[in-house]
Design a protein around this ligand. Structure first.
Ligand SMILES: [Zn+2]
Length: 603
């Protein structure tokens, strides 16, 4: 029997964003003990060095101080003592993201990776966590929301919780505050939604709709669900978007405008975004939390964990997040085809897809996807975006080649049985081998093309085999995200600058200059502040409005500041390329194949 690690988290000075966190080891190594904080948090592949928020640290044993010294940026070593040994630190928490820790007088949220020191060698020890209520009358009505097992705490109460190991301890984020709650059961499993922040969401509606999404995913992989309970931890803000998956919960950040209100009859575009995010993180309960790359089995939180498989964990999950909204009846076929058209559009607009392969995008997530800069669209491809389109192509290809006997759904269920249920990590070639095994197809060349080359994906051909026509048209404006037919008949030649920009007071800053575009050829650069177009300051409509009535082939004079130097550019505008995707249903013999793929067949 290993002695449990005892942790305490006290929101000690909410107004200063300071937690006090203690870790007690009953039987420390007689030669001294090393403690470390994770450098990254599973699900978000970037070195974050959480130890930088540790403000102070000390150690004690039986009331007497024990020397503790720092040994590297995230580790400390406590001197030998007979035990028990307690390390106490103050941690600054003002990161209002799903990956961090936050504390103020209104609400608190934490990921264990930000707060809990791991005593080295005690990775598999069970953990007890006491969550204390902040002191003062204003915190009287605060409650706690976490999916961690209770060990004395009342439901949603402050008190003691437990986890089987450190890995589990840091996989149950917690929120505290005056949270709004809603509950439902999905396939018999209790689910809860806890919302922090001001909002006027229709909670019964939210519970009803999320129940449909959850049941769709549980039935997809097969009952019983792998978790005993599940928690959606939502923070509603004015603007915000983000999600992070955990084994029995997810942390979501959204705009309060994305939540449904009582008067909404349909699923509008903003609510659809929220449901898509919730669906995505919920699918991860299987795909990445339990079906995991071997590189993450176990996680090494001291340094980067390299894998070329993120396309399968993020891309396939992105493919099923919206598809599940359709299969559960929350959106309609035309909505789904619009969303898919938009994904294809955003993929086609990034010149970087000709530079970086999907496998490289995954491997380099640590230094590229998570650290984007002004050149990212020219140099990188998203393993979410392209990954979801490879999942689509793989699904349609398997369905076509096996005459509908097999699909990507079968591959996911096979991954679940072989890896999810057994806890065996997926080797780097594991998804490809299993795909060949369960379909009987030879897919080596296909995977080489789609994962390890920058060749174009055969989207149009594969969609056609399932009764969907793919049309590409020029963009109509910078707000044209695709998915819908052209709105004007005479869009013969929208003039394009080939740059992305943001308005900033009286100027327009170029954020990205795209390879092959007119701005690039004229010598404009990211960071240039455009102050005049043909001698006139762009108005509130920015560059879009200033160029709206120009034709391709026309030359315009742009004045821009680069740092503090005013420069002049002659820009020959180019015609918008046909990179905007519209999908529509073809009538005819393939309608059955379409219905089977989308899972909405009533026959
Ligand atoms: Zn994801």
């Amino acid at each position: 029997m290993i002695a449990p690690l005892r942790y305490t988290v006290v929101p000690e000075r909410p107004e200063a964003h300071l937690y006090r966190v203690c870790c007690t080891v009953a039987d420390p190594d007689p030669s001294g003990l090393e403690f470390a904080l994770p450098a990254w948090i599973p699900g978000s592949y970037m070195i974050r060095e959480f130890a930088r928020h540790v403000v102070s640290i000390r150690a004690e044993s039986r009331g007497k101080p024990v020397a503790i010294e720092k040994t590297d940026k995230q580790s400390w070593r406590a001197e030998a003592c007979a035990g028990p040994l307690t390390v106490i630190c103050e941690v600054y928490a003002r990161d209002l993201s799903v990956r961090g820790a936050y504390l103020d007088t209104r609400h608190a949220f934490f990921n264990g990776a930000c707060l809990f020191l791991l005593p080295k060698g005690h990775e598999s020890a069970p953990c007890e966590l006491e969550i204390a209520r902040p002191r003062g009358a204003r915190y009287r009505n605060w409650i706690v929301a976490t999916a961690m097992d209770r060990a004395g705490a009342k439901p949603r109460g402050f008190g003691t919780y437990r986890a089987a190991s450190y890995d589990e301890l840091i996989d149950h984020p917690a929120a505290m505050g005056e949270l709004a709650l809603a509950r439902f059961r999905a396939c018999g499993v209790p689910h809860e939604i806890a919302i922090a922040g001001r909002h006027r969401a229709d909670l019964p509606r939210l519970a009803r709709d999320l129940k449909r999404v959850c049941e769709q995913h549980i039935r997809f992989f097969g009952e019983p669900a792998p978790m005993r309970r599940y928690l959606f931890l939502v923070t509603a803000l004015g603007e915000g978007y983000g999600g992070l998956e955990h084994r029995a919960s997810t942390a979501l950040l959204c705009s309060r405008e994305d939540l449904p209100v009582r008067s909404d009859a349909k699923v509008g575009e903003r609510y659809r975004t929220f449901l898509g995010l919730a669906s995505h993180e919920y699918f991860h309960t299987w795909n990445v939390k339990r079906i995991k790359p071997a590189a993450f089995t176990p996680y090494d939180l001291d340094r980067e964990g390299y894998t070329s498989l993120l396309w399968a964990f993020e891309g396939i999950t992105s493919y099923y997040d919206d598809l599940a909204l359709l299969r559960s009846g929350l959106i309609e076929k035309k909505d789904y085809l619009e969303l898919l058209g938009r994904s294809i559009t955003s993929y086609l607009r990034a010149p970087g897809r000709a530079r970086q392969t999907l496998a490289e995008a995954s491997f380099d997530a640590w230094i590229k996807y998570y650290r984007p800069d002004e050149n990212s669209p020219n140099a990188t491809v998203s393993y979410y975006g392209k990954g979801s389109l490879v999942a689509l192509c793989l699904d349609l290809l398997i369905r076509e080649k096996t005459r509908g006997r097999k699909s990507l759904d079968d591959l996911m269920r096979a991954l679940w049985r072989r890896h999810g249920l057994t806890g065996t990590g997926v080797e780097e070639d594991g998804v490809e081998r299993l795909a060949e095994e369960i379909t009987g197809l030879s897919l080596r060349k296909t995977f080489d093309d789609w994962l390890r080359s920058t060749r174009e994906l055969p989207l149009d051909k594969l969609l056609e085999t399932h009764g969907v026509e793919m049309i590409l048209r020029p963009s109509e404006s910078s707000s044209d995200r695709g998915g819908k037919p052209a709105s004007s008949k005479a869009s013969g030649g929208l003039a394009m600058l080939g740059a992305q920009a943001r308005a900033d007071a009286d100027q327009t800053i170029l954020t990205h200059v795209l390879d092959g575009g007119a701005a690039r050829e004229a010598g404009l650069a990211a960071g240039d502040a455009v102050v005049a177009v043909d001698g006139l300051r762009p108005g509130r409509g920015g560059l879009d409005a200033a160029l709206a009535r120009r034709r391709a082939g026309e030359t315009v004079k742009l004045h821009a500041f680069r740092r503090d130097e005013l420069l002049e550019f002659e820009v020959r505008l180019k015609a918008a390329p046909a990179d905007t995707c519209v999908l529509s249903e073809l009538s005819g013999p393939r309608a059955r194949a379409l219905e089977r793929w989308l899972g909405i067949s009533h026959g």
